[in-house]
Design a protein around this ligand. Structure first.
Ligand SMILES: NC(=O)c1ccc[n+]([C@@H]2O[C@H](COP(=O)([O-])OP(=O)(O)OC[C@H]3O[C@@H](n4cnc5c(N)ncnc54)[C@H](OP(=O)(O)O)[C@@H]3O)[C@@H](O)[C@H]2O)c1
Length: 289
């Protein structure tokens, strides 16, 4: 049986762990799960060694610098991980005929649109994180245009640090909570994103290019919090809406970052679950763990 050799980087992160869940039962896949201890994506020699010795055919880059506010004062490390490392991965992938799937973000846009962002809308990031992710995209497509880049948004999973887990913790420990209601986007369950990545790999035809993926719908962080508490049965915390100006953060975030997903739906022939259904799946899986 011919198995596909797939390298997963950042395998201990939110998306990396969900990739493992999705690929684990696939008998046609030989996945190599690595995080920084096994494969540091800033080490060009190590990347090439890994790709060559494991005859890697697909690289799924789940590693990144994702601390959006900390990035504002940590430009060097953020650039290394989000620009230089994806550049190295693209160089090695292109040289050895491996296909790269890289993940980017809605933060490459400035959030001033009044309709969902399409893949070919001009990038205009307003934060260090967004700038580095945008540069990473450009470098990858210059070096290895056969790559797939998936921009996603508001990613969460049962693991790691994310908005859902933070709101569950705060909801259980606080009597009141203020959450911004003037930033609108769409959450993404990392498990849904991992399934879509697997679909690209399992597709008979390879479809290079940039894609947008999140769950369906459009909500504010306030709406999201209300749903998180409702699904988790948290009734003791009073959630109040507030404005971005009342909750200053180091990084500027887009006010509107809904992604248009027509292209990925048409390419893969998929339906995407609504954000609430996927949120319920995630919270239930945390309760059952
Ligand atoms: N989180 C979001 O809301 C969001 C939104 C839009 C797009 N995205 C994008 O989605 C992708 C996945 O995000 P995520 O939330 O799953 O990220 P994550 O949970 O922060 O995971 C990233 C993983 O990469 C690891 N890593 C750090 N430096 C590394 C290195 N030099 N070599 C190898 N691995 C390294 C991290 O280890 P440590 O934890 O030890 O640093 C971590 O395990 C990223 O490209 C991100 O930009 C995320």
């Amino acid at each position: 049986m011919n198995k596909k050799n797939i390298l997963i980087t950042g395998a201990k992160g939110q998306l990396g762990r969900e990739m493992r869940k999705v690929l684990e039962g696939d008998i046609f896949v030989n996945a190599i799960y690595t995080d920084v201890e096994e494969l540091d994506i800033t080490d060009d020699v190590a990347i090439e060694d890994c790709v060559v010795s494991n005859k890697v055919e697909y690289i799924v880059n789940c590693a990144a610098y994702t601390a959006v506010d900390a990035a504002e004062s940590n430009v060097g490390l953020c650039t290394k991980l989000n620009v230089e490392a994806p550049t190295l991965l693209a160089q090695v992938a292109h040289k050895h005929g491996a296909k790269l799937i890289h993940i980017s973000t809605d933060y490459v846009f400035d959030g001033t649109s009044c309709r969902p962002y399409r893949e070919d809308d001009p990038m205009c990031p307003t934060s260090v994180y967004g700038l580095t992710k945008a540069d990473g995209e450009r470098h990858i497509m210059d070096i290895a245009p056969e790559s797939i880049i998936i921009r996603t948004a508001w990613l969460y999973s049962p693991h790691g640090k994310n908005f859902v887990k933070t709101m569950l913790e705060l909801g259980r420990s606080r009597e009141t909570l203020r959450v911004v209601s003037d930033q609108v986007g769409t959450p993404t369950n990392a498990l849904d994103l991992a399934s879509v990545i697997a679909s690209f790999i399992n597709c008979e035809e390879w479809h290079p290019g940039i894609y947008h993926f999140s769950n369906e719908g459009a909500i504010s962080w306030y709406d999201f919090t209300m749903a998180i508490h409702r699904i988790a049965g948290i009734t003791t915390c009073h959630v109040l809406p507030c404005m971005t100006k009342d909750y200053p953060t180091a990084a500027t975030r887009p006010h509107y970052s809904v992604l248009d997903k027509s292209k990925i739906k048409a390419t893969l022939g998929i339906e995407i679950p609504y954000w609430e259904e996927s949120l319920e799946q995630c919270i239930n899986s945390m309760h059952n763990a």
